[in-house]
Ligand binder design. Structure first.
Ligand code: AHM
Ligand code: MG
Length: 338
């Protein structure tokens, strides 16, 4: 029998330490886990689930082509969580507006934002993808849930997590008391604690960015990557390694495991279109920032702390620089000097 702590035991013990905890967050998280298990099963079937592969022939609100798996994962997430009685509403990358919990189900006081299948451009080539989620509280006195109620800064998150569908399926979670990682045991269906109290090393020599866009970047980002490329012969005095999976969940997971800096900066093409970045604040940047900060790292746009941003739109985008604190601090310093 496994001696490892199950997710349920872990979260129940955490709950017991809070004298006023009601068990509602635990209840909601168990349904989120159940959604992630179903999505893991769906993505794990790969090409065998022929009818689930390929483009859905539609676009999301941001004009991106939706894959069938994006939509199936979104539906699975909704079906698995909306009935549980702990949620008032949900918002997703794949839905133009928020969804209030239908009146046939009991309504709770939590809101959830999620990206059901992040990195879905990787599905066709059997590379890791993931689900990202963030849990907020419904503001006091609100009964009718609207988009505006999700416009809360990342600092107000109650909980954030992701599930990585990689060589193994892993859930990484924070409720503001550190970060813990759980691996799905496929033989029992339990998530077991395998990475307790994750801490990101403060220093790193590994960076993660889509370098093919470098000609569009702003000067501080060009400067930083140019210095990384100079390696031990340049001002940073050390050789760097580069990794880019193009699945934020996989790239962030790597830096939680061994340090690193992940960047999806602002570029001239986004400026020309009037969008604030590539990654979405409410269901990508904020939950990842909460996790990274709780693991001792830093998360910034280059100009400000991501979790301090007061959102103005449900699908708002922001530049993202996060990971090992000394390295993020360096990039922030270059922005400040510029
Ligand atoms: P998605 O939510 O539509 O999958 O887009 C987000 C993904 C991130 O996971 C990843 O970091 C980035 O897009 C990759 O972008 P690019 O293809 O420009 O390198
Ligand atoms: Mg995404």
């Amino acid at each position: 029998m496994s001696q490892r702590t199950s997710f349920y035991k872990f979260i129940s013990e955490e709950q017991r330490e809070h004298p006023f905890a009601s068990g509602k967050l635990t209840g909601l998280l168990l349904e989120v886990l159940s959604a992630c298990k179903k999505i893991a099963h769906l993505t794990g079937n790969g090409e065998l689930a022929n009818e689930a592969m390929g483009s859905a022939g539609s676009e999301n609100v941001q004009g991106e082509t939706q894959k069938k798996l994006d939509i199936l994962s979104n539906d699975l997430f909704i079906e698995s969580t909306e009935w549980c009685g702990y949620l008032a509403g949900m918002a997703s990358e794949e839905m133009d507006h928020c969804r209030q919990i239908p009146a046939v189900f009991p309504r709770g006081r939590y809101l959830i934002t999620f990206d059901p299948l992040d990195g879905s451009s990787n599905i066709d080539i059997n590379v890791s993808v993931g689900t990202i989620f963030s849990i907020l509280e419904l503001p006091e006195g609100v009964e009718d849930v609207k988009d505006e109620h999700f416009l809360q800064s990342g600092a107000k998150q109650v909980c954030a997590g992701y599930c990585l569908y990689g060589t193994s399926t892993m859930l990484v979670l924070t409720t503001g008391r550190g970060v813990n990682g759980f691996t799905l045991d496929p033989s029992t269906g339990d998530f077991l604690l395998t990475m307790p109290d994750i801490k990101i090393p403060v220093d790193t020599n590994e960076y993660s960015i889509n370098q093919s866009y470098s000609r569009h970047w702003q000067p501080p980002m060009k400067r930083y990557i140019d210095e990384c490329l100079q390696g031990a012969d340049g001002p940073l005095g050390k050789d760097y390694n580069m990794r880019w999976v193009a699945s934020m969940v996989a790239d962030v997971h790597r830096l939680l495991c061994r340090g690193g800096i992940f960047m999806y900066p602002m570029d001239q093409r986004m400026e020309a279109k009037g969008v604030g970045g590539k990654l979405r604040l409410l269901y990508e940047a904020n939950p990842m920032s909460f996790i990274v900060e709780q693991a001792g790292g830093m998360a910034s746009t280059g100009y400000e702390r991501i979790m301090d941003i007061e959102p103005t739109a449900l699908h708002q985008r922001v530049p993202v620089v996060l990971g090992s604190s000394n390295e993020v601090e360096r990039v922030v310093g270059y922005h400040r000097q510029a």
